[in-house]
Design a protein around this ligand. Structure first.
Ligand code: PLP
Length: 450
């Protein structure tokens, strides 16, 4: 409470902005995840790895807009690519096909060989939504299997058992589907099979039983940017879904270009049937991709028909519906292409500095006699204060000591480290060794505060 009071006193401008916003915007925030008590910080500038708030405090940013900003804020080459494009093409939204769509597609296919064809969307949410519709269309089945705790966006089909109260979620090996929001119907819960992550035996039993109804299984390969699938589980799920005629959707919105350049599928050497991408590939702008097997993705092609011709050979109901005013926005694809090009050269350094920070934080906790795990992969990790020797599921994670972590996070905010609403550490190329030194010193000071 003392830390929260100090925080409130130190940030009068954010408090005022928050109070103003609350009269017009529910909760004062435009995404529920952005809130933390007593009020979130309002930022006004971002440079490199740093954010500046309304009261001119500077913070090392480990939220990075929940992952996309892998090159940090205002990376020059990205800004130049936007400005050059803007100068040549005006508002840049032609509403026609343009060549960058295929240039970008080829770049994605180079890193993600499981993607034989792809379509663009405007967010990760839309990408997973289209993956699911595609799977329903391809299989003619209408149930979705998802994992307890996994997040795939903000629409009804996937807002099931994302942050469930474990006391209500039943047997860990057969989780009960629970709504994540008001407005989720019982019908939606009936159409969702919730699976335990990293438990191949239970998944085999449940999916075998429901194989005639389940179109697809969707998974976060690195659940919440924190808990990796075990290698045995990942290859086991791939083999099982193939055997049962269930499509495997890998949600790489967080992990694409973050775990490895080829995402989790490269790390695990597994080929899903469909993949959703987002975040990093848009360089900070809204974007998503649905990609996968050619025979599946081809369902979206209006081949042989002419939209203006009433003698269509295929009616709308024969084609997988996919459209969107902003799909394949050239400015975004251009900025994304620049980002991926830079990452191809800077990824190894990013991974090295992630390890350095992770080990440094672990050492500081250990020096204070506290055992933590730093689960994650690639350029993302989390901190779990736990007695467990390994964390494999949502329910394992729930056994962590969140109180200590929370206290420390407020102390870190006061010392200039911003990762409060996210918890996970997202790293960027602008987190240099100097920035990491600053962070570790801030950790020492934060520990003294608590
Ligand atoms: N899937 C995963 C794994 C995510 O982490 C997110 C966002 O955090 C989404 C889907 C939704 O993406 P967006 O926020 O771009 O709609």
């Amino acid at each position: 409470e003392e830390l929260k009071e100090e925080y409130a006193t130190k940030n009068p401008s954010s408090k005022k902005a928050f109070d103003n916003a609350c009269s017009d915007i529910p909760g004062g925030i435009t995404a529920n995840v952005k809130f933390f008590a007593p009020f979130p910080l309002f930022m006004k500038e971002g440079h490199g790895a740093w954010l500046t708030d309304l009261d001119d405090h500077k913070y090392v940013d480990y939220v990075l807009s929940y992952g996309p900003l892998i090159l940090g804020h205002e990376r020059k080459e990205v800004l130049d690519s936007i400005q050059d494009y803007f100068a040549k093409h005006g508002t840049m939204l032609y509403g026609t096909p343009h060549e960058l769509e295929d240039i970008f597609a080829k770049k994605i296919k180079k890193h993600f060989p499981s993607i034989e064809m792809l379509r663009y969307t405007n967010s990760g949410t839309e990408a997973t939504l289209l993956c699911i519709r595609t799977a329903f269309a391809y299989t003619g089945k209408y149930k979705l299997a998802k994992f307890e705790g996994h997040y795939h966006g903000g629409y009804n089909e996937v807002l099931v058992s994302v942050n469930p109260d474990v006391s209500k979620a039943g047997d860990p090996t057969h989780p009960t589907p629970l709504p994540e929001s008001k407005g989720i119907s019982d019908r939606m819960l009936d159409d969702t099979i919730v699976l335990p992550f990293n438990d191949l035996e239970a998944c085999t039993e449940i999916l075998t039983k429901h194989q005639d109804e389940v179109a697809a299984i969707i998974m976060e390969p690195l659940f919440s940017g924190t808990i990796p699938a075990t290698k045995e589980f990942m290859t086991g799920i791939r083999a099982l879904t193939k055997k049962l005629g269930i499509l495997m959707i890998m949600d790489e919105v967080k992990t694409g270009f973050r775990i490895t350049l080829g995402g989790a599928q490269q790390y695990y050497d597994v080929k899903p049937d469909l993949t959703a991408l987002g975040k990093v590939i848009g360089a900070g702008f809204p974007v998503g991709i649905v990609g996968g097997r050619k025979d599946i993705m081809s369902m979206a092609a209006p081949q042989g028909s002419d939209i203006l011709d009433n003698s269509n050979t295929r009616s709308a109901a024969d084609i997988l519906y996919h459209s969107g005013t902003y799909n394949g926005h050239p400015m975004i694809l251009n900025a994304g292409l620049t980002t991926i090009g830079i990452l191809e050269h800077e990824f190894d350094g990013l991974l090295k500095r992630t390890e350095r920070l992770k080990n440094g934080i672990r050492d500081i906790y250990a020096a204070h006699g506290i055992h933590i795990l730093t689960p994650g992969l690639g350029s993302m990790f989390n901190i779990a204060v736990t007695e467990l020797s390994d964390i494999k599921t949502y329910r394992d994670l729930q056994k962590s000591d969140f109180a200590l972590r929370k206290k420390l996070d407020y102390a870190l905010l006061l010392e200039g480290i911003y990762n409060k609403p996210c918890n996970r550490y997202n790293m960027c190329t602008a987190h240099t060794d100097e920035v990491i030194d600053f962070t570790l010193e801030a950790y020492e000071k934060a520990f003294k505060r608590i």
